[in-house]
Design a protein. Sequence first.
Length: 678
Amino acid sequence: MPEFLTSFFVHPELVIPGAALIAAPIIIHFINRLRFRRVKWAAMEFLLASQQRNRRRLLLEQLLLLLLRILAVVGLVLLVARPILDPQRLSLFDTQKAHHLVLLDDSGSMRDRGEDSSAFEAALNVVRKLAAEGERRPDSQMLTLLLASNPSQPVFNQENLNKAFISRLETSLKALHCSHQALDLAAACEAARKFLAENPGAARSLHLVSDFRKEDWEGNPALAGVIRDLDLDNVAVNLVKTVAESHSNLGITSLTGSVDVAAVNVPLRLSVTVQNYGEKVAQNVRLTVLVDGLKRPAVETIDEIEPGKSRTLEFDEQFSKTGPHDVQVSLPADSLEADNVRFLSIVVPETNPVLIIDGTSAESEAFYLVDALGADPEKTGFSPTLDRVESLRRRPLDKFRCIFLLNVSELPPEAVKALEQYVAAGGGLAWFLGPQVRAPFYDEQLYKNGQGIFPARLGVISDLALDATDPSPDFRVTNHPVFDLFQDSGEELLSYTKVTRYVSVPRDWIPPDGVRVIASLRNKAPLALEHRFGKGRVVTFMTACSTTWTNWPRLPDVFVVTQLQLATYLSEGHQTLNVRTVGEPLAISLDAATYAPQVEIRQPDGLRVALTVGVKKSGSESESPATAADKLLYEDLYRNTDDPGVYSLLVKRQDGGEETQRFAFNVPAAESQLTLAP
């Protein structure tokens, strides 16, 4: 079937058979003519003479009858084929040049592969056919090709359709590759509309070649609005679908873990989430794990995933040496292979440093905590440093994964500011109170009417009264990562743990927005609170960390595990999880006083790209030259991040040393939904 017929008929496949039917009345007419035989006999001579006189009238009647029969067949064919009576579509018959703009959807879902080809390959075939049809009338039409991933840069710009163009078309199309990104079709169509408005022709047509997924079209008023604007601009819009049916698909939507507490030879818990985008139950889903390119012997398996549902699988990974490590989890191949792989990059230190500040002169509060976190760093992954309050003013805090403050009466202003900056940047902070705590200082300098690094105003030191008639535990916990130990055998463990004294909150205190009570005493008073300050987490215990107010530290099976979970939870915001989405620019920002402007990007395919980053001065113009010099930055954006995988950024220090930063780029989950729009 000629491709150009699709522009003029709803059912172009019926046009050629219908045209053949037009010959039927003519054939019948000649057959009827052959039925008569010429026989001479006397009685007919008079009739023949009469016929000669009426011959012209009879011939006209027969021709008129034949024409009516032909028109009846033509009308029936048009009724079934449904012609599109749009003047813009009839531009092929115009003597002026018509402008055909093809907008090619190259989003990640176009990688969906059927039996013969992918949706993107089918889209390229549409371009080939359209160009071939236009070449039949050389130099009468123009073709512009835009990619939805970069509509501002045409692949072809108003090329005349002729033999010369067709000869180089194939080379250009073979060089095109489908992206892995989620694209904004509304923005791409708007760019195409503006392009056509700036480059008018005798007739303008937009051919949108896409897979028309439900995710892109349903509930997208912006896209519908652009199509409507194109119609108002007298642009004929031709929607070309390259996928006949939806395919089942499994995709990995997440690969994460507590990378902040990764340490050498310490098991690190990772979790992977698999989504079933199909309409059937997926059974025995096998997951292959590669670490630094080497396949693990064990294969993880999910028994089944219901349609439209996801399942999360947790597994432990152990790293034998420090430095960067890459983890890759993959599924078996299916119709869309791009979402079958997920990447994660982890930097493993020897241990994770933790700062413990003991407010007592004898450092009695920290004894059990130091033992819990640092008894065996090779097993816990934490290396605690015990120090006094005065050290907060002179010690750099950003190297610590989290900080514990135990029974601290008050802090110098410089220490408060340093802690606020540390937590706001993503550090974790834990408070344990005690008899030395001065409530007025906490209220004024730390709570700050709900704007500080302490979650509540303090009341008085109170005793938890014993109640022989109440057999319930002294405190209850919520479903929180710090208290995972209590979820399985909570009643038994809680019954062993006793709290005799705590610091209360005012009677009229109600948890404000952002403050959560994660553990409460038998008398409903809060025992543990959590809130966020900037990017960091703050967990506050209203009792002591020593045995003065609770027997908790004397229960190693409970205390040690809980403190390790607390340190892990607080550390999760400290190290940035360098996971990005393909197509997202990789921001480069280096301190000019420390680093050189020459950097190198290593892509997942091994390609190395050398860059010289431009300098940028931050701060106001009123700053002194010395201050401004300290704020010189080398900044740039690396945009060639379409391929999923791990990208390495190699930077050179002014002292001659080198550093490497690694970033995992993964495909967007939105492109895994392959359901077609109705």
